[in-house]
Design a protein. Structure first.
Length: 248
């Protein structure tokens, strides 16, 4: 069984739409929407959220449940529902952007990741004011680029980035190139690894940044990685590309 996911939103349409989108990326993952109130108004419902948790727990059969929310009061409703559900120890609340965090979590769950790793995949996505990116960069306000100055991974003195520990260039063979599903598969898998990764110079854990590359069939993905799982990260992207993201 895979980890199940629950979306708690003030709007039923937002929750259902997010679930529909993530479901396209992760067809084997059970996703549950708990949006709005029982009478269709904007708001959150303790009863609807609790029911979604119980359905998700039953579906996951012990694999765990990860919850994503939209606004502050949705978090409070979810926290209250956790306390009253049948297996509170199996429900994890992720602090992540709702849509992209959900997509990253769904892809990680599709790949067989456990609940803690699925939660981490969602939380690896952060909004930086100009777009989504990973939060796994420098903690001192320096560059978050791979091997960049201000990081702890051995950048050269004077702000000259060190060479990546691992790298690879891979030619896209799938007809559609990089679109939402391939971008989600790349980002979701990389988010669960202990590595700083860029793909064609953008954050490898950001679905939106990867989609914006708009690399078509025959184009090249240049992957650069540094960190404990750098080799795994490059090999992961290589495998996806060679398989055509399952679209060949």
């Amino acid at each position: 069984m895979t980890v199940a996911l629950v979306v708690v939103s003030h709007s039923a349409r937002i929750a259902e739409g997010a679930v529909e989108l993530a479901g396209q990326m992760a067809p084997d993952v059970r996703l549950f929407a708990a949006g709005g109130t029982e009478d269709g108004r904007i708001g959150t419902s303790f009863e609807l959220v609790l029911a979604a948790f119980e359905s998700a727990l039953d579906s996951a059969a012990g694999a765990g449940v990860v919850v994503l929310t939209d606004l502050g009061s949705a978090v409070m409703t979810a926290e209250a529902a956790v306390e009253f559900c049948s297996a509170p120890q199996d429900v994890l609340l992720a602090d992540a952007p709702l849509v992209e965090g959900l997509v990253a979590a769904a892809v990680a769950a599709q790949g067989g990741a456990g609940a803690a790793a699925v939660k981490s995949a969602a939380e690896a996505v952060r909004f930086n004011g100009g777009g989504f990116s990973s939060d796994r960069g420098s903690s001192d306000g320096g560059s978050t680029g791979v091997g960049g100055a201000g990081t702890s991974d051995g950048g050269e003195p004077g702000g000259v980035p060190a060479a990546p520990a691992e790298s690879g260039e891979f030619v896209l063979v799938n007809e559609a190139g990089i679109h939402a599903r391939p971008a989600a598969r790349i980002a979701g898998g990389l988010a669960g690894l202990d590595a700083e990764v860029t793909v064609n110079g953008v954050d490898g854990t950001s679905v939106m940044e990867l989609m914006a590359l708009a690399v078509g069939q025959g184009g090249t993905l240049t992957v650069e990685a540094r960190g404990k799982d750098a080799a795994k990260a490059v090999a992961y992207v290589r495998g996806l590309v060679e398989d055509g993201f399952g679209e060949k």
